[in-house]
Design a protein around this ligand. Structure first.
Ligand code: AHR
Length: 502
């Protein structure tokens, strides 16, 4: 069968907030050390930042970069990470059982963002695991207050004359998870998040604050957690967070390919919960969603490694270094489509993470940096997914999945740019069959196909490695046409597609 949908500029979802192309740098494994920061590397600049990595980060098109964790933030002492490097303490990082040298800290993070370019924005998390209100506002004063106080002058004495101007802050991380240092009940967390938000807003009412939602839709406390936390924080925060990671379970690739079904239901359930609390509070305000950790992650493999190889506090070990196949990239693209399809309420999102740790960019210490398969869907979505999301309701052939039942083979969205050009992002979930696609274009002034790019491969397990870093790249697809207001294309089996029209 043929998959079909209609595009009409009268039917839109909402404007894409550039912040949905965010990412995440945690002090975890080699994300920071020998990832973004490696003073001895041949391409390192005067700040110790790898310029080969910086170039790839720019090409990837990331916007907001969340920092410094993740689970790491729940033991984070920001004071350790500032000032003369030789005075910074070495600390145990309980979250990942490693030693943190603090050679890279807050100032280096801001320098990294500034070097990426104006599109990069800080998104700083405060520690609400082992710490609380006082440390959060001290960090805020150090980072953002211009001058003339103890902590702003301390920053200036460390060489950072200009304030960091951090607008977007996360109030802790995954506080619902029992693995979190200083884990809390929803009531406990709701209270500390509210009081931290209140204090931070006493310094600066213009901040944008993210309260922790659930670390997954499958948590026992899911939805009740959000409702309880928001009851305490509704007027004090702007966002609630969502985290989700997907992997094939017991070799069930068909369900894995449908992971976005779960992601979309997660988003819709959190929206419903936010709006329920808003209705009960008779509030006109809407809470938006910060999907600040998402990716494909072979978590079961990691858990097995952690069980059999308890880490003895090494520095920057190889942790969570997943290598991504073509299949993984297709699922990953579908997760991006899920975010875009909900652009009206998901206004921040962070791909977890940026370098080496479940990442689109890999590096070798002293060696090269390269793009994983997942790099391409992200860079294309960030580049062409700016503008207004059009409402896409597909009529698609289906397939059976053990986890989600009957599922559409086509997953798609479309974005209309300011200049009127339209890009369709589409995934064919069939592992064996090409999928013919017909799109009716109503009231759009489009004359032709600029490009149809696809990521697909005869070997669905193909990947980019140190030995073969360019094995997988997107290719151009011929034969895609736009005639009489109809787009006609064929999507290869197991493929991620970007079809640009103008
Ligand atoms: O991104 C890896 C980890 O996943 C983060 O530290 C944590 O927040 C989540 O559980």
């Amino acid at each position: 069968g043929t998959a079909r949908f209609t595009l009409d500029p009268a039917f839109t979802v909402g404007e894409v907030n550039p912040r949905i192309f965010g990412s995440f740098v945690e002090h975890l494994g080699r994300c920071v050390y020998t990832g973004v920061f490696e003073p001895d590397h041949p391409t390192a600049d005067e700040a110790g930042l790898r310029q080969d990595v910086l170039e790839l980060v720019r090409e990837l098109g990331v916007t907001a970069i969340r920092y410094p964790g993740g689970n790491f933030v729940s033991g984070y002492k920001w004071e350790d990470s500032v000032g003369p490097v030789e005075d910074r303490p070495r600390r145990l990082d309980l979250a990942w059982r490693t030693t943190e040298t603090n050679r890279f800290g807050l100032s280096e993070y801001i320098a990294f963002l500034r070097k990426i370019g104006p599109q990069a924005e800080p998104m700083m998390a405060v520690n609400l695991g082992t710490r609380g209100v006082a440390e959060a506002i001290e960090l805020q004063e150090y980072a953002n207050h211009p001058s003339g106080t103890r902590l702003s002058e301390l920053r200036r004495s460390h060489g950072d004359k200009d304030p960091f101007g951090i607008r977007l802050w996360c109030l802790g991380n995954e506080m619902d998870g029992e693995w979190q240092t200083g884990h809390k009940t929803a009531e406990e967390y709701g209270r500390i998040a509210a009081e931290t938000a209140r204090a931070m807003r006493q310094i600066d009412p213009g901040l944008e604050l993210v309260a922790c939602g659930s670390s997954g839709q499958s948590m026992d406390t899911f939805a009740e957690w959000e409702a309880t936390v928001l009851k305490e924080t509704y007027d004090l925060v702007d966002y609630i967070s969502l985290h989700a990671y997907y992997e094939p379970v017991d070799g069930d690739v068909d369900s894995f390919l449908a992971s976005a079904v779960d992601m979309e239901s997660f988003i819709e359930n959190v929206v419903a919960t936010c709006d329920h609390v808003g209705a009960r509070l008779k509030s006109k305000k809407k809470i938006n969603l910060s999907f600040d950790e998402w990716n494909v992650w072979y978590m079961r493999r990691h858990q097995e490694e952690a069980r059999t190889n308890p880490l003895d506090w090494p520095e920057a070990p190889r942790l969570l270094e997943d290598s991504y196949s073509v299949t993984d990239a297709v699922v990953f693209g579908s997760l991006l489509i899920a975010l875009l399809r909900h652009a009206d309420r998901v206004t921040v999102a962070c791909l977890a993470q940026l370098v080496n740790v479940i990442a689109p960019i890999m590096t070798e210490p002293g060696g090269p940096a390269w793009r994983q398969t997942t790099f391409f869907p992200f860079s294309q979505a960030s580049r062409y997914g700016r503008g207004e999301v059009l409402d896409v309701r597909v009529d698609s052939p289906t397939y059976q999945t053990a986890k989600y039942g009957e599922t559409d083979l086509l997953h798609a969205t479309a974005v209309r740019a300011e200049d009127g050009s339209v890009t369709v992002f589409a995934v064919n979930r069939s592992r064996t069959e090409p999928l013919p696609l017909t799109v009716a274009l109503n009231g759009l002034d489009l004359t032709g196909v600029v490009e149809h790019s696809a990521l697909a491969d005869a070997d669905p397990d193909a990947r980019n490695t140190l030995e073969d870093p360019e094995r997988v790249t997107p290719h151009a697809v011929d034969g895609t046409t736009l005639t009489d207001g109809t787009l006609t294309a064929v999507l290869e089996p197991l493929s991620w597609n970007v079809i640009r029209m103008s």
